[in-house]
Write a protein that binds this ligand. Structure first.
Ligand code: FAD
Length: 463
């Protein structure tokens, strides 16, 4: 006999956790099923650990460059065991605070792997052994994704690292090979270079961060090369092999690159296989992502999908906003006279790549705006034009904004600058408030804040 609940949440991701508490507050009987660690990828293997380690790498870089500002230090040594210990401590602290949500037993945390056995029935292979059957009218799938392992000759015979393994190393690799050129590759590549590794990044596309405008990707590649990374673009790996001490990646055209460690960071794949979605009739796309409408409903009434598992931009803040959509649509506004529906189509694309300087991105790229047929103006300004940047000695990067040529509406921005994520968020606020760029141009920002660049950027429209 299956245990009857009102709501079952599969996976302890960024949406499922807060949602489970909201359903409890609304008087529902709720269980959340998690097969690994509470709080999912972001806290255990993603945002939190990477950003603690990025901070360590940045300190190392600043220490090495302190003499440029007149501060003389001795040789800089990186103790990766201590970097890792700090990372583990912060991850554990964040995870514990997430686990506290389940301390009272409501929502109930069930540790084990979930799979559908019928449209509204789940079997859980319990961590403690045995199986439990559970049923509910409302089921929310928040099972996230996992590293993609590409089909590449020799890869199954070669030891390689994913994001989890890379952040658990206790000693700095001599030469780190990175397969892939997305944001994981860029963040880890610069980080390990700053820890002291040789780093070779192998990307099959024309540029790293291939979704950005080419000028932004080129600026990023220039910064990474200046930091000492070797970047191979347009480089298709065809085979890997391992000798006693070296891993060698062979590229199309005959070139090969050897290193001590290999990190495979070519993307992520949805964690849907184990869910046995066929038993529920839940539809997926060709890559296995669950198909949803803009209120996160799957094709099966009462079953929803949130976070990375539904495809689309795979970020924590997106998953968290998915939580808000279901909270508002299923709980807060469900009663007659509610405030109205929230939709995924109402939100702006926003993210930060935590390299140094950061890349903060909001809204459309130039290429997207042109593809949409918008009549646009583009402003580009180097970070060297910002007084604060010159004063702090961090002048690498550029600011770019795309605006509607007729209405002055800000359509998007790429801020590759110190604290680029924070500056970008100011532009996001302007977009949310429907402020025209000319309002920012004449706004009074404190001198000499980085924010002053939002006065001056608009003087750099291309003719
Ligand atoms: C290295 C790295 C760095 C990142 N940095 C950032 C960043 O700086 N900013 C940002 O916004 N995003 C970042 N991300 C992305 C971010 O981590 C994800 O977008 C976010 O965690 C999405 O979470 P989610 O809600 O989809 O589910 P997840 O957090 O992936 O959680 C899903 C959970 O479901 C569980 N699960 C899976 N299948 C089952 C099953 N059958 N039964 C039971 N449980 C199951 C998993 O164990 C997991 O705990 C990063 C990701 C990585 C890998």
């Amino acid at each position: 006999m299956a245990d009857q609940y009102d709501v079952l949440i599969l996976g302890s991701g960024q949406a499922g956790n807060p949602l489970s508490s909201e359903f409890v507050k609304a008087g529902k009987r709720v269980a959340l099923i998690e097969r690994a660690e509470v709080a999912g990828t972001c806290i255990n293997y993603g945002c939190t650990p990477t950003k603690t380690m990025v901070a360590s790498a940045q300190r190392a870089w600043q220490a090495r460059h302190a003499a440029e500002l007149g501060i003389e230090l001795g040789a800089v040594r990186v103790n990766l065991e201590q970097v890792r210990a700090r990372k583990r401590k912060i991850v554990e602290q964040f995870r514990r605070s997430n686990e506290a949500r389940f301390a009272s037993g409501q929502p109930e945390l069930v540790r084990g792997e979930a799979r559908f056995v019928a449209p509204k029935e789940i079997a859980v292979a319990l961590k403690s052994g045995g199986e439990r059957r559970m049923t509910a009218e409302t089921i929310v799938i928040n099972t996230g994704d996992h590293p993609t392992v590409p089909k590449l000759e020799g890869l199954s015979d070669v030891p390689f690292l994913d994001n989890v393994g890379l952040m658990e190393l206790g000693a700095v690799p001599e030469h780190l090979l990175i397969l892939g050129g997305g944001y994981e590759a860029v963040e880890f590549g610069q980080m390990f270079r700053r820890f002291g590794s040789e780093v070779s990044l192998i990307e099959r596309g024309k540029h790293v961060l291939g979704r950005e405008d080419a000028d932004i990707s080129e600026a990023i590649e220039a910064i990474l090369r200046e930091d000492g990374l070797t970047i191979e673009t347009g480089a298709q790996a065809v085979r890997v092999e391992r000798s006693q001490v070296l891993t060698t990646v062979h590229l199309e055209g005959g070139k090969s690159i050897s290193g001590s460690h290999l990190f495979v960071g070519v993307g992520r794949s949805p964690s849907t296989k184990e869910l046995n979605l066929e038993a529920a009739g839940v539809q997926t796309d060709g890559k296995g992502y669950i198909t949803v409408d803009d209120e996160l409903r799957t094709n099966v009434p009462g079953i929803y999908a949130v976070g990375d598992v539904k495809g689309g931009p795979a970020f924590t803040h997106v998953s968290y906003d998915d939580y808000r959509i279901l909270r508002d649509n299923l709980i807060l506004n469900a009663a007659p006279g509610g405030k109205g529906k929230r939709k995924t189509s109402d939100r702006t694309t926003v993210y930060v790549v935590y390299m140094d300087p950061q890349l903060g991105r909001v809204g459309m790229t130039e290429a997207e705006a042109r593809k949409n047929g918008r009549k646009i103006k583009v402003a580009r300004m180097p970070v060297t034009s910002i007084a604060r940047a010159t004063e702090t000695g961090e002048t690498r990067g550029m600011l770019k904004a795309v605006v509607d040529a007729e209405t002055e509406e800000i359509l998007g921005a790429a801020i590759l600058a110190p604290e680029g994520g924070e500056l970008m968020s100011m532009i996001e606020l302007a977009i949310m408030g429907k402020l025209r760029y000319s309002v920012l141009q004449d706004a009074v920002f404190a001198h000499p804040a980085y924010a002053e660049s939002l006065n001056t950027l608009w003087g750099h429209f291309e003719k």
